[in-house]
Design a protein around this ligand. Structure first.
Ligand SMILES: *Cc1c(COP(=O)(O)O)cnc(C)c1O
Length: 484
């Protein structure tokens, strides 16, 4: 990388040619004098090739799945087939407009209808709305549905939503935003929901229970039937955070084991390039009794074809996004599901689970793993051993991984595991790439013993060393200025 990657401007150099102006009147006459520039804009002066090289070089400073394994736990950073990108840009998808009449949108509506139905089948739910544009917005939508369900029954006192202490931060945030009170439940020694603790907080004020399954420790919540009986005994609803659905495809239908609502993260499980904040798509599925509350419009079908269905407008929680959500992500998910089929989807999850277990066993001799039983599609190792013996923190280990050409795992989450490193390799990694990643992790464990000082300094090879995370958020300054 050239050192002066942001200082490439050269006076007089151009990367454009404009056609000659066909209007004789000077443009200044159309624009009021007070808006006239007093001085020439200070813009970088570069050729097209300079600009191309600049952006290609920048892209390589970042980490992406095509560059190397991306074990960011719970985020499911799998490879996203390039065919999707070609098809989603096809003019038949790219050039349609949401204000077009339904009769001219039949193909797009059919795609959405099929996707709704396929997601309903995969999850065992009665129907699915595609509107929410993130997992977190799916949670908010689900909670508004819970609120509407209780309101319709006159149970406005139901304000409590229970969730385990392993929950993702968006869960309590969505609850608070939706006007509920969060009741946090301590996990048991196995890392699962503590049924005794749950019994102790169950009362008539319980509106619902939010659970990630498999949970953020990578463990399947085996007591879901008991949990479901307890919550349903007070007419509460059970929400499944479906961010970890990559472990269940074709194996478990959440709607058939007690869950009433769930969100999908299409960008995680069903392949859209993500990381960096979006866009996403967080469809929400519900069981029969909650159908009246789903956002409108749904996509439905009758003798005349496919149409935007507003029939539940009176009971619906309303719209949760402009138009119909993030259409392009739905197209990718549709292609992914249709190409893999039922058997292929099951193999996705089986391979995701095998890959995670293989990696966990490889790392077990070197890093502490609190919950050693077979995991689902991810597992949580931790740096407590290194911290205690060598004074090296999980942050140091994560930073050192960048030097070795890998993205870091999710660190310090879940909060209940000190020095946590949550690792999700996904099904798209080969045995060779898992071995190479394990070797890098093992080499770091060795460095922790031999050269702990170096680890405090890591990363040593990246263009930016340790960033001040707090400062980066508080005094963000993304402007570019030409130096005089
Ligand atoms: C990613 C994630 C979410 C939030 O989903 P977004 O699409 O990022 O809004 C919620 N819960 C868990 C467990 C997650 O991993």
């Amino acid at each position: 990388m050239p050192k002066n990657i942001f200082e490439l401007s050269s006076p007089g150099r151009k990367g454009f040619t404009l056609p000659t102006c066909e209007i004789d009147t000077p443009l200044e006459q159309f624009i009021p004098a007070k808006y006239h520039r007093k001085s020439i804009a200070k813009l970088p002066e570069l050729s097209e090739l300079d600009v191309m090289r600049h952006f290609i070089a920048l892209s390589h400073l970042n980490h992406f799945i095509e560059k190397g394994l991306y074990p960011l736990g719970s985020c499911t950073m799998k490879y996203n087939p390039k065919l999707h990108e070609a098809l989603v840009r096809h003019s038949c998808f790219g050039n349609i407009h949401p204000y077009q009449p339904e009769s001219t949108l039949q193909g797009a509506l059919e795609l959405l209808y099929e996707l709704q139905s396929d997601l309903a089948e995969i999850s065992g739910m009665a129907n699915v709305t595609l509107q929410p544009v993130a997992g977190a917005q799916g949670e908010f939508t689900g909670l508004k549905i819970i609120e509407a369900y209780h309101k319709a029954k006159g149970n406005t006192h139901k304000k409590k939503i229970i969730m385990p202490d392993s929950a993702h931060g968006t869960n309590p945030a969505s609850c608070t935003l939706a006007g509920f009170d969060v009741v946090e439940l301590k996990s048991n020694s196995e890392g699962r929901v503590d049924l005794e603790a749950l019994r102790a907080v169950i009362d008539d004020n319980v509106a619902g229970f939010m659970l990630t399954n498999p949970n953020t420790l990578g463990l399947f919540e085996t007591q879901i039937v008991e949990i479901s009986e307890l919550i349903h005994s007070v007419d509460g609803l059970i929400y499944m955070d479906g961010a970890n659905l990559n472990a269940l495809l074709g194996i478990v239908q959440p709607g058939k084991i007690g869950f009433d609502i769930l969100h999908f993260n299409l960008h995680k499980t069903f392949t859209t390039p993500h990381g960096g904040g979006g866009p996403g798509c967080g469809p929400v599925g519900v069981v029969d009794k909650l159908l009246p509350y789903l956002p409108v419009p749904m996509i439905a079908k009758n003798d005349g074809g496919y149409f935007f269905d507003y029939r539940n407008e009176a009971t619906s929680i309303g719209k949760v996004h402009s138009f119909y959500g993030n259409f392009a992500i739905m197209v990718r998910a549709y292609i992914y599901i249709k190409m893999l089929g039922a058997k292929g989807l099951r193999r996705v999850s089986e391979n995701a689970i095998i890959n995670a277990n293989y990696l966990m066993k490889k790392l077990e001799p070197y890093y502490n793993i609190q919950h050693k039983e077979y995991c689902m599609h991810e597992f949580v190792a931790d740096g407590t051993k290194q911290k205690k013996l060598n004074g090296v923190s999980t942050l140091d280990i994560a930073k050192r991984l960048l030097d070795k050409g890998y993205h870091a795992p999710t660190v310090y989450f879940p909060l209940i595991i000190p020095e946590a490193m949550m690792i999700e390799p996904t099904e798209t990694e080969s045995k060779q790439s898992l071995d190479a990643f394990a070797e890098a992790m093992i080499a770091i464990a060795d460095e922790c013993e031999k050269d702990p000082e170096m680890l405090h300094e890591a990363p040593l090879t990246t263009p930016v060393r340790r960033v001040d995370d707090v400062r980066a958020v508080k005094v963000l300054d993304p402007r570019f200025e030409i130096k005089d």
